[in-house]
Design a protein around this ligand. Structure first.
Ligand SMILES: [Zn+2]
Length: 376
């Protein structure tokens, strides 16, 4: 089965020599990009989709979400906007609602959020556990996530639950909880932050995850100059996410090790914190990804276009750099070669925009430009 997308005003493929084409076409065979080139040269195909002069981009790769949860923290957001400070403990509110919800409800909620993401152009999504904080609920959250995406992350070490010491809880996370969750997870993650887990506890969690066959990623340097980024570099993690507060040594370590810096501007928007300096990272040669961090406490957006607009307005990126970080950057963060670009061989995960160029993603913030989403 072949499909040709013709009359593409602008086609973003991220080919090294020609990342953006004009008056282009693209042919898909069996779910993979088989050909890209000038519209005039398009080979015949079983089905033809007319892009109407619009823009075709790779589907967004959202490399950081917490989609499986129950409950609502809108009141907490409103209080914060009225001047209250964000601290890591708010996670426990969602834990109580999530434990009480039951698996079917959680599954329905997560499915609805997936549909919301997809409607906004996201075709690959990472989903973390972390609102169970007990063995049964964490396993259940990962099972629900594994029905929705192959990019599942065990985040039992999200925060220390009520009634536990950090050390006892780390023992549970790296013991029974890991054993039960690992079959449904690809990644292991930890919230390394004051009020959550320190460097030694985070190292214990990640190395135990690696021993169980999971690959490490980390929540790091969100609320202050913590040790998380250095730990990510020490362990060869795929990504260090947040990266809001970085020393020069942190930036140098990221550049040297190739750990992807995941930037989550929805968080700074929703907590009124200073944004990470994406310009500084790119100029130092650090690979960056932009993701939503979709979660009920600090960033309840599922919109990658919104995050792109924030990254351009607040983090020093050009619209093209921001789109690259939201597609190819996300793919690098998840160590995926087959998504985040539209070079021949890529999965045919793509978005047709009602816009003459990809610049409109940042130029027209809040406007629903996604006309159609195709997946392999
Ligand atoms: Zn997160």
């Amino acid at each position: 089965m072949s499909k040709a997308i013709t009359h593409v005003g602008e086609l973003v493929t991220w080919e090294p020599d020609r990342p953006v084409r004009h008056d282009a076409a693209l042919v898909i065979v069996d779910g993979r990009v088989a050909w890209v080139g000038d519209a005039a040269d398009v080979p015949p195909a079983d089905e033809v989709i007319d892009a109407g002069g619009g823009t075709v981009i790779p589907g967004f790769v959202d490399s950081h979400t917490h989609l499986v949860f129950a409950g609502d923290r809108a009141a907490e957001f409103a209080a914060r906007m009225a001047g209250q400070r964000y601290e890591a403990g708010g996670i426990r509110t969602t834990v109580a609602a999530t434990r009480a919800a039951g698996e079917v409800t959680l599954q329905n909620l997560a499915r609805a959020r997936m549909a919301e993401l997809r409607a906004q152009g996201t075709t690959t999504v990472e989903i973390k556990s972390g609102y169970g904080l007990d063995v049964d609920t964490e396993e259940s959250l990962l099972w629900v996530a594994s029905q929705l995406t192959p990019e599942t992350t065990f985040l039992g070490a999200h925060v220390v639950p009520e009634g536990w010491t950090a050390d006892d809880y780390v023992e549970l996370v790296t013991g029974d909880m890991l054993t039960r969750c690992a079959p449904y997870a690809k990644w292991v993650d930890v919230f390394c932050e004051t009020g959550a887990f320190d460097a030694d506890q985070a190292r214990t969690v990640l190395t135990a995850g690696v021993a169980a066959g999971l690959a490490p990623r980390i929540h790091a340097n969100q609320l202050g100059h913590g040790p998380g980024v250095q730990l990510a570099c020490e362990l060869g993690a795929a990504a260090a996410d947040h990266c809001t507060y970085l020393s020069d040594a942190d930036v140098a370590a990221l550049a040297e090790t190739g750990v992807v810096a995941g930037l989550l501007p929805g968080v700074e928007f929703s907590t009124r914190h200073p944004y990470p300096d994406a310009r500084r990272l790119l100029d130092a040669g650090v690979r960056i990804a932009i993701a939503t961090d979709c979660n009920p406490g600090t960033s309840y957006t599922s919109s990658m276009p919104f995050c792109i607009a924030l990254a351009v307005r607040e983090m020093g990126l050009t619209p093209t750099e921001a789109l690259h970080a939201a597609t190819a950057g996300g793919a690098a963060s998840l160590r995926r070669e087959d998504v985040g670009h539209l070079r021949p061989g890529a999965r045919a995960d793509l978005v047709i925009l009602d816009a003459p160029s990809h610049l409109h993603l940042a130029y027209r913030p809040g406007v629903p430009l996604v006309r159609r989403v195709l997946t392999a």
